[in-house]
Design a protein around this ligand. Structure first.
Ligand SMILES: [Zn+2]
Length: 104
């Protein structure tokens, strides 16, 4: 499956009928999440959970459909300055091997 499925928010507010502002916001959060890779999703949701404070991890789990433990993991990773996810890890080792052509 290459098609992105945008998660439908399951929070109590969005389940109520009517036009709540949070419905639009939660939809847009899930829309944004659908464009991120797995790590980015985790960190974004973790950041939102941190902003909202107490009880937010559970709420963010309802909004995004992300597992509560995944959000907790994201929060831990942020607290550790993403130490295990450095920028440019792919080219961290060696300086690249030069192809040497021998003239024989
Ligand atoms: Zn919602």
């Amino acid at each position: 499956m290459t098609e992105f499925r945008i998660h439908q928010c399951q929070c109590p507010e969005c389940k109520q009928p009517g036009e709540q502002a949070s419905k639009v916001l939660h939809h847009q959060m899930n829309l944004y999440l659908s464009r991120l890779d797995e790590q980015q999703r985790r960190w974004y949701v973790a950041l939102e959970a941190k902003k909202l404070g107490h009880g937010a991890t559970k709420r963010l789990s309802e909004i995004t459909g992300m597992h509560i433990n995944t959000i907790r993991r994201g929060k831990r990773e942020l607290e550790q300055d993403l130490a295990e996810h450095p920028i440019g890890r792919i080219r961290a080792l060696g300086g690249g091997r030069r192809t040497v052509e021998k003239n024989t």
